[in-house]
Design a protein. Sequence first.
Length: 441
Amino acid sequence: MTATLTPSSDSDIKTEIWLPAAGWNGKFQAVGNGGWAGTIPYPALAAAVLAGYAGAGTDTGHVGNSADFALGHPEKLIDIAYRSIHEMTVHSKAIISAHYGTAAKFSYYNGCSQGGRQGLAAAQKYPEDFNGIIAGAAAWNQMRAHGARTALNLIVNKDADSIIPPSKYSMIHEAVLNACDALDGLKDGVIENPAKCNFDYAKLACKAGDGADCLTKGQVESAKAMTSPLRDPKTGKVLFEGYLMPGSELGWATLGGPEPLAPAATAMKNIVFQDRSWDYHTMNISIDVDRADKADHGEMHSGDPNLKPFFDHGGKLLMYHGWSDPQVNPLNSVIYYNNVVKTVGKEKAANSIALFMMPGVNHCQGGVGTDTFEKVKVMQEWVEQGKKPAQIIAAHLTNGQVDKTRPLCPFPQVAKYKGSGSTNDAANFSCAAETVNVSNR
């Protein structure tokens, strides 16, 4: 089924609802978007239907994976922020009921990155839309993050001495691994708890001149900027709490390349300054990060920690995030999770929200860590059987073949090696409590 939804006079939300002709499992799965959306997420939609679900996806109300649509169209920004997923869900449920003659027994949402933020927005604004929400690498606090990403790019490119060439990323990564990999009791190329790694990049400072195996004074400062909260260069005030973690060095080009990350640059032009000719070199970091935060009137923030209405009707929120994510900083998920627990209380949160941090995993997936697990199955068992995951067995694949499994542990627990057996077998690890200090550096 295809539909065009128009909740406002400026809305043009394209939606597709796919209904299994046979073998429907009686359930509904909505899938989220990535980047600035602008297309229906067909691979995720196909995966939902292949698993037996009635599925739905949307382009969120515009075409093209940039923020160009938002210039002069505030209603379209509301559509991508939260309205498109909600409208799609309401209409999908009605179509499912009409087609099968019975309502979906359970409704799920599955998304990562922008899709992760969309999931949080659904839990916050429409607590009865879904029984279970899977939110990976959720890009909440989105407009402030775009301002911070642009600012960071300016900082690490402020002069020739500050630029870290990609050829040095491996050298830096190896130095960080040598310092921190064994902190978890096992040297295996993965830092299990990066928050415990306090590597001083000054140790890599060149003794005389530049070199392939050392960092110039400016490059040391850039490395520290990548892995520290963004601060006002004039006052030292923290402008953005999140930062990249030790272990992410191979992906530093994402935010530290020659130009700002494209989704951030297009947001600054079209939403913050409303001028497509705006030059990011003119950014005033002391003022413009706050300006970015306010530019969308909070529509893309999706950071409300009061999920009590969602939890009260039995809703479950499963969050996951790669510790080595070079794009959406992993502390985003840690901060939101902690905010929810603090707001609703530990008892209410205990059986309603779970966060699984993924060591060595990049943005949504990829990296040396175990990044593949049956997210929807885990969520189903939690919602339908009351089995909150005490751990999740995840796999790493090479050329489509599993070569390592590990348990992902509920935050703030981490996986610990039992001391014997293959380090590539999850059975030889257990989840143990550990302090994860994410205070400002």
